[in-house]
Design a protein around this ligand. Structure first.
Ligand code: HEC
Ligand code: CU
Length: 327
């Protein structure tokens, strides 16, 4: 608001900034008003009603029901506005729209690794188009970090062992600082970077400039063989594990009768703690890859599993044959 160009609040650059600032000012304003009111009245009354003669005796206080009601209701209304307004902003913040551009973020001591869905990678830099909904899917390789972009008025913990998400729509082109805002060790203060918000055309040009970057599905396919996933997960579905073709985005029936949506979090959990959810009709014999694969490798494996949407390509069948023979 008016404070945005002073040094008190950083420039607003996302869909959340206006609402967060307005609510902050409302809470700050209400608190200041009542703090001042109380202090000023304490001073005035202590002068006005002080004992002026040695013999003076205080008048007994009888109380007043209307007064009690007034000073209960007014603060109640003011506080409920804080709560309701905050809840509206929070729900918007927690519920990402469905049309987001997804970017993976991995925090590790002491850097941020980012990966766009087409494979373009960045370190301590994030390029996004202006006016587009962006969702960050974040994981930590070690301790708790926190991804925070003050100009966007958003932050979210990045926790080992699970994905957390953060979404925003940048409203202004420019370069904005981001920080790790959870103390995470010696070089925590250096764990920062820049978000570059670009015009869509500029962004498209930037994205296509990264042709040499590894494609994550390809990297995932190599890992899939390297970790012998392919010995159990045959594309035919005849292996010891279910076929992963068409898995991503589908609904999976579990042994306990419930169903889950096969999203990033489900695939990640299936790899790191396979016993957490057992697919109906299968034995819990998949080994855990916790500690063997890094979060980055999980992303590559997920990208590969995502790419398995069509019926298994013919070229994969012969590659599978030697493993089938051994088992
Ligand atoms: C020893 C055989 C075996 C190996 C090796 C194995 N898996 Fe599995 N996997 C299974 C079985 C059995 C299931 C089904 C039971 C369950 O949910 O744990 C499964 C389930 C899964 C699921 C959930 C599938 C679904 O339909 O919901 C995913 C994803 C998965 N595995 C990925 C992998 C990846 C990636 C690797 C390699 C890093 C791997 N698996 C290695 C046997 C294996
Ligand atoms: Cu950190």
């Amino acid at each position: 608001m008016q404070l945005q160009n002073s040094s008190i609040l950083p420039e607003q650059a996302s869909n959340f900034a206006g609402g967060v600032d307005a609510l902050t000012l409302y809470i700050l304003g209400t608190s200041l008003f009542f703090a001042l009111l109380v202090v000023v009245l304490v001073v005035i009354f202590s002068l006005k009603y002080r004992r002026k003669k040695q013999t003076e005796i205080g008048v007994p206080v009888h109380g007043s029901v209307p007064l009690e009601i007034v000073w209960t209701l007014i603060p109640l209304v003011l506080a409920m506005v804080m709560f309701a307004w905050g809840a509206v902003i929070y729900m918007d913040f927690r519920r990402a729209p469905s049309d987001t551009l997804d970017v993976y973020v991995i925090g590790k001591q002491w850097m941020w690794k980012l990966q766009h869905t087409d494979g373009r990678r960045e370190i301590n830099e994030l390029h996004v188009p202006v006016g587009r909904n962006v969702k960050l899917i974040m994981a930590s390789e070690d301790v708790i970090h926190d991804f925070s972009i003050p100009n966007f008025r958003i932050k979210m913990d990045v926790v080992p062992g699970r994905y957390t998400t953060l979404w925003f729509r940048a409203t202004k082109t420019g370069r904005y600082h981001f920080y790790c805002s959870q103390y995470c060790g010696t070089s925590h203060a250096l764990m920062t970077g820049w978000v570059t918000v670009m015009e869509p055309a500029e962004y498209a040009a930037w994205l296509s400039g990264g042709a040499q970057d590894a494609n994550p599905a390809g990297a995932g396919e190599k890992l899939f063989t390297q970790y012998s996933c392919n010995t159990c997960h045959l594309p035919t579905g005849k292996g010891r594990g279910p076929s992963l073709v068409g898995l991503y985005g589908s609904k999976v029936k579990l042994a306990d009768g419930t169903t889950v949506q096969a999203d990033d979090a489900y695939v990640r959990e299936s790899i790191l703690s396979p016993k957490a959810k057992i697919v109906a009709g299968y034995q819990p014999l998949m080994p855990s890859f916790q500690g063997l694969v890094t979060e980055e490798q999980v992303l590559s494996l997920t990208a590969y599993i995502k790419s398995l949407q069509a019926p298994a390509p013919a070229s994969e069948a012969p590659a599978e044959a030697p493993h089938m023979g051994k088992k």
